[in-house]
Every structure is written in C-alpha cells, then in structure tokens.
Design a protein around this ligand. Structure first.
Ligand code: NAI
Length: 331
C-alpha cells in the first residue's frame, strides 16, 4: 500500500511514526498542500491523505484518480472541503476521522474564553515590559453567566460539561434532540432564544450550505450588547465583514477565533516577514478584544495520535473491503 500525506507538518510525521500499521506499507510525508499544481505528486499512490486546507475539488480529484489514487483518507472530522459528488462519480471513497479527542477542541474554546475575559494576552505583554498596572484588564465572573452552544455533538457537549463546571447556565441549539439534558443540567432552546440570551456564544456545528454565514449582521444585532462570540468550528460559519462592523460599534464585546473564512491562504504557514495581503484578516488583528489562533484547537498529543491511528485504521479497513468512517454525498 502506497500512501501520501499532503500538508504534512513535523507533528504529523511524529504521530504517524508512532502509530501502528502493516510493515509493508509505504507512507510518504509531503509538506506541500494538495492543489491542482501539486496533485501530480500523488502519481502512483493508492491513498491520498489530506488535511483541512487541502484542495479536494473536482479537478484535483480527477487528477488524483488519473494518477491511480483509489482512496481519499481525511485526517479531519470536517469534510466540507471535499467535492463528495465528484469523488463518488470517480469511484473514490472518502473516509474521515469522525472523533479524536473532542476535549482538545472544547478545551481550546475555553482557553479563548478565559483569555478574552481575563485579558491574559495583554497582561503577559505588559508584565514583560515592566508595566504592572491593571487598568483595562477588568474581566467578569464566568459563574452565573449564560453560555450558548450551537451544534451539540461531541465537541459542543464536551464544552457544555466544562462550562457547567464553571457554574454557567448552558443553552444548547441543535436541529436534532439533544440526549441527556437533565444529566448535563442544560436546556435545549431555539436559535433565536440562544442568541438573544447568551453572554458567551460558541459555534460547534459543521459548515454546510445551511450554516454558511449562520452568524450574520442580523444575528449579531440580536446578541446581547457586549457579548462574546467563539468560533472553533469553521470560518465561514461567520460573516467576517459583519463581525468587524459589530466589533467597531461595540455590539460584539469579544471575539475568539480558531478558524477564518479565508484561512486556506494563510493558516499553517509563517508569513511573519511579509506584508499580510488579506485586509479583512489584518483589520481583525487590530482589535484588542479579538484573539485569533491559526486552527490549532485540535493540536494536542492525544488528538494527534488519535488522528494518525484512526486514519491508518480507516485505510486498513478499506483495503480489507470493509470500509469504516466513510463519508457519503448527500442525495
Ligand atoms: P459532531 O458531528 O459530533 O457534532 C456536530 C453537531 O452539529 C451535531 O449534533 C449536529 O446535529 C449539529 N448540527 C448540524 N447542523 C446544525 C445546524 N444547522 N445548527 C446547529 N447544529 C447543527 O461534530 P464534532 O466532532 O462535535 O465537531 C463539530 C465541528 O467542529 C466539525 O464539524 C468541525 O467543523 C469543527 N472542528 C474543528 C476543529 C479545530 O481544530 N478547530 C477540530 C475538529 C472539529
């Protein structure tokens, strides 16, 4: 079996080296991102293993199929970047890692909440500069605040449990009934009620046509003035331009992002010695009440080893003719 990993970073090399796989398998680590330009690198590989900002559009999939690729193995839970219809027409199954430490992402959402609230990013810089003053660092008690969670799957419910531990009231929105509400001590409500009642709102639903720009100007206006918005889901769940207006007016009090609509052009790379070309991103980064991390919520040792092992297990199951974790295109 010949497997090529695109968008491979040193931490991927480490986690795949420690995972179990048949000795005869050949795994090629490729730093390049998968795109129309780099698809030729997969020539002769049975399996292409891709990450979230790799291009898996129809033309790229066609090029991969022509080069002999028979399986797309995603190292992610999300699959919004794959043209599933094209893959299906090419007879190329797509498998993913549906779960790997939901705690990694939920705990990162908490890190964003805590940093924004207690301004530890600003305090860190100040004390390093010999400035031990406290003005502008006033936070609020999380205890007693209302946290609204949109998307109540593995990650959303992990966050719900953590926030209950802080003494928060937790509101949940999901189009499907959420099980175990009384054990969680949370309430499932409509999207409208969640938006208008939450002091902190966190997004954990998949990106689909229906959730694209779920948080737009109208919904931002319905939020409590000065509330906090956290997005560790997918960038396009939020209309970034509308969010910038809400930050400028003060309607939105805090913004914590691990994902960004146009992240594929910049995330995972070091552009520190070049001018940032994305003016919307540049504007976002000027606000003191915005924290942006570059899609690192998944980045814990436990999650990385889970991703590597599930990816290899998915490939092995497919090779044996009993595929698991396959993603099917919607009808
Ligand atoms: P999951 O599949 O367990 O849960 C997703 C939940 O969203 C489900 O309960 C589903 O019913 C709900 N949902 C579907 N449509 C919805 C809508 N229109 N409004 C509200 N809820 C809706 O997924 P999981 O593992 O909890 O992951 C959630 C998302 O987090 C993924 O789709 C992915 O985009 C993102 N993610 C981000 C990572 C990061 O590093 N920043 C890492 C892993 C996942």
């Amino acid at each position: 079996m010949r497997i090529i990993l695109f968008s491979c970073k040193p931490y991927d090399t480490e986690s795949f080296a420690s995972a179990e796989m048949p000795a005869a398998w050949h795994v090629q680590m490729q730093e390049a991102r998968l795109s129309a330009e780099t698809a030729a690198l997969a020539e002769g590989y049975d399996v292409v293993c891709a990450f979230i900002n790799d291009d898996l559009s129809a033309p790229v999939l066609e090029r991969l199929a022509a080069g002999g690729t028979r399986l797309i193995a995603l190292r992610s839970a999300g699959f919004n970047h794959v043209d599933l219809h094209a893959a299906s027409q090419l007879g190329m199954p797509v498998v993913r890692v549906p779960a790997y430490s939901p705690y990694a992402v939920a705990e990162h959402a908490v890190a964003l909440i805590m940093t924004l609230n207690r301004r530890t990013h600003r305090a860190f810089n100040r004390t390093r500069e010999g400035d031990f003053s406290l003005h502008g660092l006033t936070g609020f008690d999380l205890h007693g605040k209302t946290v609204g969670i949109i998307g109540c799957g593995k990650i959303g419910l992990s966050l719900a449990r953590i926030m209950r531990g802080f003494g928060c009231s937790v509101l949940l929105y999901d189009p499907y009934p959420v099980r175990g509400l009384s054990e969680l001590g949370a309430r499932q409500v409509t999207l409208e009620i969640l938006i208008s009642s939450s002091d902190i709102m966190s997004l954990h639903c998949p990106l689909t046509e229906g959730t694209h720009h779920l948080i737009n100007a109208e919904r931002l206006a319905q939020m409590k003035t000065g509330a906090m918005l956290i997005n560790t889901g997918r960038g396009a769940l939020i209309d970034t331009v509308a969010v910038i207006s809400a930050l400028k007016s003060g309607q939105l009090g805090y913004l914590g992002l691990d994902v960004y609509e146009e992240e594929a052009d910049v995330f995972f790379e070091d552009y520190s010695d070049r001018p940032l070309q994305d003016d919307v991103l540049a504007r976002l980064l000027t606000f003191p009440n915005v924290i942006l991390t570059a899609h690192q919520a998944f980045l814990t040792r436990e999650a990385l080893s889970g991703i590597a092992q599930t990816t290899l297990d998915n490939i092995e199951a497919w090779a044996k003719g009993t595929p698991i974790n396959q993603v099917e295109p919607c009808a």
